[in-house]
Ligand binder design. Structure first.
Ligand code: GUN
Ligand code: ZN
Length: 434
């Protein structure tokens, strides 16, 4: 029996394309008195309230005015086992991994710990308005199990995978090439396509994978073209030097993943900051997706992501928090720091492009615009309700705002979980109680 319908009323915003500039009103629909009708987890009608309400007889009506309803946010790169690593002082990437991250991830061998952390992780991302994320789990299948089971309980569209790592890491945090292959294959068979879950084959990075393990990751990618691949690329200068010393025959860092068949249009490459021209050409040719992680790149002192340079080559960039090197679960705060990283390079992140990016833009990177990232009829009803006056600072500033772009920019610069009034997952109100 189908569940009853719910009608949300409020201001609605959804993108049809990436805005070409501040005046590109054709790129989005913004409705002052809008409505979204949801049933069985999907959006069944959307438009002006006066047009939709007559189609919604019998539906429960939730009036969110004056808040702004938009598609749930999408975070394309973060680490589920790093919820207790966020805000760890003092190091850059390689020392940060060895000092803080690896010891925290070792604990995820314990199913009870992984399950407790999964509950906290999902509460956090949902509380910040993120309804889809792509996460690395730890090397232990228990961590992926906890992650997918918790996502399934909440009926969320989530992507993830256990990291494959067979060297340069402490005992208790490595698999072997064969074990990484076998465990990944079993997890793909168990979780990919089950409910709303998708699997991402996850060789951590070239430093922690032997050639044999990258070979195995490439084999998995060929055997499971339906799965995503996620890894890290050219985040930090010392990382790049160490990587190239481990793979002396490689033309460059991306050439290592290329050699083992790990680069395709479903490959998400975290960071991708210090790229050589050949690597950029290769990404453009094969459709690999760099993922910009601004709060992390500033926190670890990694460098400045060249968004415009890559886009200029036709590459589609994602954007993400990179918890726990990232310093906020909020995609709004991620946009805030992203704005500043781009300012330092004389690039501009207009709020229309920013909100396109964390909704439809990231959905496009995933190839899932038919499911998520818009308010289009037929898509899944993952919706965030934003309060532009959530804090005293925001409320005072919003008084002086006279356009949608100004309001969005207030959310982009000042917003965080306090600005998330509600979040719907497949049509169900799901904001965790705090
Ligand atoms: N490179 C390899 N592993 C990691 C990680 O956990 N975080 C970040 N920021 N970079 C990495
Ligand atoms: Zn990462």
């Amino acid at each position: 029996m189908s569940a009853s319908a719910t009608l949300l009323r409020g201001r609605t915003l959804s993108f049809h394309a990436e805005p070409t500039g501040p005046e590109d009103t054709a790129a989005y629909s913004y409705i002052e008195d809008g409505a979204i009708l949801m049933q069985d987890g999907r959006i069944t009608a959307q438009g002006p309230y006066a047009e939709i309400a007559p189609q919604a007889a019998g539906a429960e009506v939730v009036d969110h005015r004056p808040h702004l309803l938009m598609p749930g946010f999408i975070d394309l790169h973060l680490h589920f086992p790093q919820v207790q690593v966020v805000a760890s002082w003092g190091e850059q990437l390689l020392d940060w991994l060895n000092t803080y991250t690896f010891p925290a991830e070792v604990q995820f061998a314990d199913a009870g710990h992984a399950e407790r952390m999964a509950r906290g992780f999902f509460d956090l991302i949902l509380g910040h308005g993120t309804t889809t994320a792509v996460a690395f789990c730890s090397v232990h299948p228990t961590s992926a199990e906890a992650y997918f089971a918790e996502a399934a309980r909440r009926n969320m569209r989530m992507i993830g995978g256990k990291v494959m790592m067979d060297r340069n890491a402490p005992e208790g945090l490595t698999d072997t090439a064969q074990q990484g292959y076998d465990e990944t294959k079993a997890l793909i068979e168990r979780w990919h396509g089950k409910g709303r879950a998708s699997y991402a084959i996850s060789p951590r990075f070239a430093i922690t994978s032997t050639p044999a393990q990258l070979e195995a990751a490439g084999a998995l990618m060929r055997e499971h073209p339906e799965a995503y691949v996620q890894t890290h690329l050219s985040e930090n200068r010392d990382e790049i030097d160490f990587t190239l010393s481990l793979y002396p025959d490689a033309p460059d860092y991306l050439g290592i993943y290329e050699r083992y068949g790990c680069v395709g249009d479903k490959t998400l490459l975290g960071h991708a900051i210090h790229l050589e021209p050949r690597e950029i050409e290769l990404l453009a040719d094969v459709g690999g997706k760099p993922v910009f992680c601004p709060t992390s790149n500033l926190f670890l002192g990694s460098g400045l992501f060249d968004d415009a340079g890559l886009r200029g080559k036709g590459i589609r960039n994602g954007i993400a928090t990179d918890i726990g090197a990232g310093t906020s679960y909020s995609m709004l705060q991620t946009l805030n720091e992203g704005y500043k990283v781009l300012q330092l390079q004389n690039q501009k992140l207009h709020p229309l492009n920013a909100f396109h990016w964390i909704t439809r833009g990231n959905a496009e990177v995933l190839g899932q615009v038919d499911q998520i990232g818009t308010l289009d009829v037929g898509t899944e009803a993952d919706i965030v309700v934003m309060d532009v006056s959530a804090t005293p600072a925001m409320a005072l500033r919003a008084e002086a705002a006279s356009s949608l772009s100004e309001e969005l920019f207030i959310l982009q610069m000042l917003g965080d979980d306090r600005a998330v009034a509600e979040v719907y997952v497949a049509g169900e109100a799901s904001k965790p109680k705090t």
